[in-house]
Design a binder for this molecule. Structure first.
Ligand SMILES: [Zn+2]
Length: 115
């Protein structure tokens, strides 16, 4: 299966409006949304990452090979499936602790299967 790396603003429509509102490019606030290029529908996903990835192991291994993993304190991934057509998606984000135990999450990359 061919995997594509996509710029976050191409798939996460809240990023641009949130950047304007909060003054940080690529900041993900509550309930970020992903727009699926296969079916055109939106899926809400959560950060920080849920415990178990719903992505099949073979595709997850391909995503892992392309994800430049850093410390889990600096970077997270959210794996989810499009809620309509179930294509696997990974959003990679930077974790920034801006106060004690208060975090901001900045989208870095989106991985998905080719259309
Ligand atoms: Zn879809």
């Amino acid at each position: 299966m061919k995997i594509m790396q996509i710029a976050p603003e191409e798939r996460l429509p809240n990023l641009l409006q949130d950047a304007e509102r909060y003054g940080y490019p690529n900041l993900m606030v509550n309930l970020p949304r992903y727009r699926c290029p296969h079916c055109g529908e939106y899926t809400v996903f959560s950060v920080p990452e849920p415990n178990a990835s719903p992505i099949p192991a073979g595709i997850r291994a391909q995503f892992d090979a392309l994800t430049d993993r850093r410390s889990p304190y600096e970077q997270g991934v959210s794996d989810f499936l499009c809620r309509v057509c179930a294509v696997p998606v990974r959003v990679v984000y930077q974790i920034n602790e801006f106060q004690m135990a208060s975090y901001r999450y900045f989208a870095e990359a989106v991985f998905e299967t080719a259309t």
